[in-house]
Design a protein around this ligand. Structure first.
Ligand code: TXA
Ligand code: MG
Length: 342
């Protein structure tokens, strides 16, 4: 398959690109596009054959439903049964943005293959301008999982998209770095209790301040009937083994500088730790200065270390508050809960 690639920073007439992307989608094709969280691999949510292509390209387990991206509230309303006052308020406050709401699905609004027999549908209105313009040009709800082969780290920059998808999709829109770098918060509002199924940049604290109680279901994994089917699968894993490292700044510096390692080892730590490392036997990459930069860097650093042939990556832990809950959720999945305290 021929894959059209556009680097949007170098395109003169974006309108023409979106028009072409919209035609591909309406003809049943697949387009990789940027959002503020991670890149998505999108198709027309009303076209079963197109949706099936996404599963095939990603190697995605067939029972894992897709979230649907919309460009405006009108499109959203066509997909759900009804909006009560509270869901209207949530949408008003957090859309467009890095939040996916699980709501009761309007029957036949998208094909069954998207929602995998569930009575609910996950909906997200991205705030990235390219994503919004792309969806508008398609004039269709766009189902899109993260653009990565299943189980691998999500892709958050122009790099790695072409090697992962060239020849497998119809178009790749290169839109530069994703502002957040971790996937959207998934909040189930389809029942009386609000459930956080996946933490993200819209934080549990922010949602609680707005709604009152929210139950954190993101750690519960019931392999038979998880609340969010995607929760039971391996996720976010580089080829290298990952271990999470936790400790005071000085203890981490001492551990890195004074240890000898048999394998090719990489460290992913805050900038002020990186500056103090003088052990030539290890590779060190920076997570930047805070949890925002760390979240933005994590997935790309995994892939960069893989490219360098590193066998083992130690990644610095952060507090699980704010977006730290999302960062630690992805990190603990990647390291399968293996944490060393130094
Ligand atoms: O930031 C994001 O959400 C990115 C960008 C591209 O928008 N998309 C993304 O999609 O991360 P995906 O498929 O990788 O993750 C969506 C998660 C999966 O764990 C899936 O199981 C869950 O949402 N999900 C989808 N529909 C659901 C539903 N009806 N009920 C419960 N969970 C659902
Ligand atoms: Mg994903």
């Amino acid at each position: 398959m021929d894959t059209k690639i556009y680097n949007l920073e170098k395109v003169d007439n974006l309108e023409d690109v979106y028009k072409e992307a919209g035609k591909i989608i309406n003809d049943g094709g697949v387009v990789v596009f940027p959002t503020e969280t991670v890149y998505g691999i999108g198709a027309d949510a009303t076209n079963e054959e197109a949706v099936k292509k996404i599963f095939k390209v990603k190697g995605r387990p067939s029972d894992n439903p897709l979230i649907v991206h919309v460009a405006n509230v009108e499109m959203l309303k066509s997909l759900v049964i009804e909006l009560n006052g509270e869901s209207e308020d949530l949408i008003h406050k957090f859309f467009p943005g890095p939040l996916t709401l699980i709501m009761k699905k309007r029957k036949e609004s998208v094909c069954e293959y998207v929602s995998k027999g569930l009575a609910t549908i996950g909906i997200r209105m991205p705030k990235n301008q390219v994503a919004l313009d792309f969806i508008k040009a398609c004039d269709k709800p766009i189902c899109a999982p993260s653009a990565n082969i299943s189980g691998r780290p999500s892709i958050t920059s122009n790099e790695y998209l072409i090697e992962e998808f060239y020849g497998k999709v119809d178009m790749i829109l290169l839109g530069g770095d994703c502002e957040i770098g971790l996937e959207s918060t998934v909040l189930d509002i389809s029942l009386n209790e609000y459930k956080l199924l996946r933490p993200g940049a819209i934080t549990k604290e922010e949602i609680e301040e707005f709604l009152g109680g929210v139950i954190d279901s993101s750690k519960k994994i019931d392999s038979l009937k998880p609340k969010s089917p995607g929760m039971k699968y391996a996720h976010y894993k580089p080829k290298a083994k990952v271990i999470s490292i936790k400790g005071e700044k000085d203890s981490i510096i001492k551990f890195i500088n004074e240890s000898t390692f048999k394998n090719k080892v990489g460290f992913l730590v805050r900038e002020d730790i990186k500056e103090k490392i003088d052990n030539n036997n290890v590779r060190v990459k920076s997570l930047g200065v805070d949890i925002q930069s760390a979240s933005k860097t994590l997935f790309k650093a995994f892939r960069d270390f893989d490219l360098e042939g590193v066998d083992l990556i130690y990644v610095e832990s952060f507090d699980s508050s704010g977006i730290g809950l999302a960062y630690m959720n992805r990190l603990l999945k990647a390291c399968e809960n293996e944490v060393i305290v130094v």
